[in-house]
Design a protein around this ligand. Structure first.
Ligand SMILES: NC(=O)c1ccc[n+]([C@@H]2O[C@H](COP(=O)([O-])OP(=O)(O)OC[C@H]3O[C@@H](n4cnc5c(N)ncnc54)[C@H](O)[C@@H]3O)[C@@H](O)[C@H]2O)c1
Length: 259
């Protein structure tokens, strides 16, 4: 097992990729803080981990709130005696054309995807520095952060920001042996993309389901990404196998983006 004896906290772990990563980390021996704004969802994932004979604690947090971000660390310390791994996975997206993007749209996406990531990372890094045994921070970016899209300006910008924050945090924390890396998924079959599909369909005048079908048809590996497809990279970046790697964002997208 790659994560035996480690304590991990994952935001947005009640659904999609966060849930898949929480279950995978538990299988690899980690104790997991399952954090989500949706407490029922977090508790269900923690219960699933418990049923598998592993330890987990569910915490309700809104990552946008600095005090609540600290609660993830407090839960890890109280339940598991410390924190070794943080996965900043909580994220939101809206498909909105450039000219229609509002102040509220911009703040919603940047507050969750970027500011929330900052608060959680600061709280985790302070704990990891105090512990003096290094650590791992993993940020969920997106293929959307690699390039612009006419209908996706604010979300693309927020995920480019995540890639940039990963680089700056990695440099700030290198002296503490805290590795900071990211994962950029492609089109992933989660509740997130159900909404994205509907929003694209409305804007493009297509039937619901058609955006997903068309976009998936151009993925080189020929199928939609499943939440479990990111768990290999997430385990690698949380384990000692990636100790000499920092500042990087790995594309796990079926070859959708060449960069
Ligand atoms: N689905 C995709 O195609 C895709 C592709 C690339 C990147 N991503 C990114 O991957 C991450 C996970 O996406 P997913 O598809 O698994 O999403 P999802 O919608 O299935 O899950 C997101 C989880 O985050 C939680 N959340 C939302 N706002 C929160 C907040 N303020 N505080 C705490 N928790 C909050 C939700 O309750 C939910 O459980 C996100 O950062 C997303 O932007 C998704």
């Amino acid at each position: 097992m790659k994560l035996e004896g480690k304590a991990a906290a994952i935001t947005g772990a009640g659904s999609g990729m966060g849930k898949a990563i929480a279950l995978a980390y538990a299988r690899e021996g980690a104790k997991v803080v399952v954090a989500d704004i949706n407490l029922d969802a977090a508790q269900a994932v923690a219960a699933e981990i418990g049923a598998g004979g592993r330890e987990a604690a569910a915490v309700q947090i809104d990552v946008r709130d600095q005090a609540q971000a600290q609660a993830i660390v407090d839960a890890a310390v109280q339940s598991f005696g410390g924190l070794d791994i943080l996965v900043n996975n909580a994220g939101v997206g809206r498909i909105i054309p450039f000219l229609e993007t509002t102040n509220e749209d911009w703040d919603f996406m940047f507050d969750v995807n970027c500011k929330g990531l900052l608060w959680c990372s600061q709280a985790a890094a302070r704990q990891m520095i105090a512990q003096g045994r290094g650590g791992k921070i993993i940020n969920l970016a997106s293929q959307a952060g690699r390039r612009g899209e006419a209908l996706v300006l604010a979300y693309c910008a927020s995920k480019a920001c995540v890639i940039s924050m990963t680089q700056s945090m990695a440099l700030a924390l290198a002296e503490h042996k805290i590795n900071v890396n990211g994962i950029a998924p492609g089109i992933v079959d989660t509740p997130f993309w159900v909404e994205v599909d509907k929003q694209f369909a409305r804007l493009l005048g297509w039937e619901v389901g058609e955006p997903k079908r068309r976009f998936v048809a151009s993925i080189p590996l020929g199928r939609i990404e499943q939440p479990e497809d990111v768990t290999g990279a997430a385990i690698f970046l949380a384990s000692s196998d990636s100790d000499y790697m920092t500042q990087q964002t790995l594309n796990v997208d079926g070859g959708n983006w060449p960069g």
